[in-house]
Design a protein around this ligand. Sequence first.
Ligand code: ATP
Ligand code: MG
Length: 253
Amino acid sequence: MTEIPRSHPRYLSLMMREKLVEGVKLGVTAMQGLIAHGRGEAFDYILGERTRDFALKAERAAVAAMLLAKNPVISVNGNVAVLVPKEVKELADAVGAKVEINIFHHSPERVERMKKYLEQFGIEVLAACDAVLEGLDSARRIVDSRGIYIADVVLVPLEDGDRCEILKKHGKKVVAIDLNPLSRTARMADITIVDNITRALPNMVEMANEMKSWSKDRLESILEQYDNRQILAQAVAGIKEYLDRVSKELKSS
Ligand code: ATP
Ligand code: MG
């Protein structure tokens, strides 16, 4: 990995890139994952690169949904695997979720490499690829009969819109993490976290460790008060406010 000095103003962002490039070299991350990350970076930039209020609310609702679920599953792709493996393990432990590999650019070898990679972090990985979600043409239809196939709540970070739709058609509650509030995924999910996964997951681990002792009623009331359309509207407005502010600053300088 290239040495990035901690004092660099874009340290966190550059470290993410290094991890992803390393992931590609290991055969865990797909090349296309680098491009997807770039789209995410652009949105992160115009969101101010911090967790905003609307993201915190969605993260709290997501944790409540996962704690209330019978069979919660965290779906992991090649970007998630290298960016936040430790936090995936911590969140899975805190909410009692299973972890399943689900990738678009599928090959048995890549699945095996990802499995070995995640197991180094103590994650028990589901990747049997022994069940199919009908209605989807991409490789993401291939799932594990003990995981996504029977899940009631699925956390899908960095997801594509069509699978999100199919998961919903199969009656699952979908939680997406996507920096683009305009994406089909963001609009399709039940709960959309518009935040960088590297900030969202640590936040969710902290929340889960606190909320896991809460009563069912208290968790349910969080979900009752949650409105995803409002949250997405706030995210889009958040971008607009940020751009307006910069525009004003530029005009007055
Ligand atoms: P749609 O959902 O409209 O079908 P898409 O699936 O074609 O869009 P992709 O580029 O495949 O979009 O998906 C990647 C998504 O993941 C992008 O919307 C991007 O904003 C988001 N993303 C990438 N990196 C991160 C990250 N580190 N944290 C959160 N979101 C990210
Ligand atoms: Mg998407």
